[in-house]
Design a protein around this ligand. Structure first.
Ligand SMILES: [Fe+2]
Length: 292
């Protein structure tokens, strides 16, 4: 396994000559340490079947399958399929997922440590992911906002980006909204937490899922406080030109792993409807998601 580092201005490292079949446990440990230290690891030139992809995932951590079956790969339910391609008239997976700022499963009690994305089919241009390192955002906050963030909690819900399923057609919207609240009630997380491995302080808010900030007693605070924190993170910048936003493109054969505690991300899709398919795995590591 060879590691290619980038200059300090950009997150992530590239890994070449990696083969899960021959990788030692030490190699797997090294890979995880690279993810914690550099936040993004792109393993190049991978050629894995769905089963081989899952085998690799299980070596890195405990895979958790997505709670909604419509995203599942037909052969391996652990794989979350983002796809605009149908097979024999059947839609597999869900098109255009994650096109908003979020951290995977932030609306659940225990979000994932690592997210992995492995594109199967890429459009000719404009397909990648935007990332923001929320530990850097925290470091750059003015002192007053830092102390508000340190002494508050936020509530996160999937309700704004819940995707209507084929079986929801003709159901009353109130019934669907009630079901969302019952199946995925909002989760409360501290607005900042200490990363259990790097020790960095993370500002844990996302434009897509975070809808309320409460003070140390849990009393709701004015929404402008949350808006101000989001503005400092760059997540409200519709032009994606904010200095902390990085765009990372894909090449076929890339398998990207990132630290889902530290980074928020937003998928970038081509304006045209060229075929695009990616396979995602989401994993827990052996640490609590955060230490208070
Ligand atoms: Fe995502």
């Amino acid at each position: 396994m060879k590691v290619q580092y980038q200059d300090d201005k950009r997150m992530g490292v590239f890994v070449y000559d990696f083969n899960n079949k021959t990788a030692s446990d030490r190699d797997i440990q090294d890979l995880k340490e690279l993810v914690y230290e550099h936040k993004i690891v792109v393993i190049k030139e991978q050629d894995l079947s769905p089963h081989q992809y899952c085998d690799f995932g299980y070596r890195l951590g405990e895979i958790e399958k997505y709670y909604q079956p419509m995203y599942h790969h037909p052969e391996r339910e652990e794989i979350f399929v983002s796809s605009n391609v149908s097979q024999n008239g059947q839609q597999i997976g869900v098109p255009k997922t994650g096109k908003f700022w979020h951290a995977d499963y932030a609306f659940m009690p225990k979000p994932f440590a690592f997210s992995m994305v492995y594109p199967q089919l890429l459009p000719s241009k404009d397909r990648g992911t935007y990332f923001i390192d929320m530990s850097k955002v925290y470091q750059g906050l003015p002192d007053d906002l830092k102390s508000i963030a340190n002494e508050s909690s936020c509530y996160h819900s999937v309700r704004r980006y819940f995707k209507i399923r084929p079986e929801d057609v003709y159901r009353p919207i109130s019934e669907i909204l009630d079901e969302i609240e019952r199946v995925t009630p909002p989760s409360k997380h501290p607005t900042t937490f200490t990363h259990p491995v790097t020790g960095e302080t993370i500002l844990y808010i996302t434009e897509g899922f975070t809808y309320q900030i409460g003070d140390s007693q849990g009393k709701p605070q004015d929404i402008s406080v949350l808006q101000s924190l989001l503005a400092h993170s760059g997540q409200l910048d519709k032009s994606f030109k904010y200095p902390l936003i990085e765009h990372h493109e894909f090449e076929l054969g890339d398998l990207r792993i990132w630290d889902n505690r530290s980074l928020v991300h937003c998928a970038h899709y081509a304006a045209n409807s060229e075929p695009a398919v990616t396979f995602r795995l989401t994993l827990h590591d052996r640490y609590p998601f955060y230490e208070l």
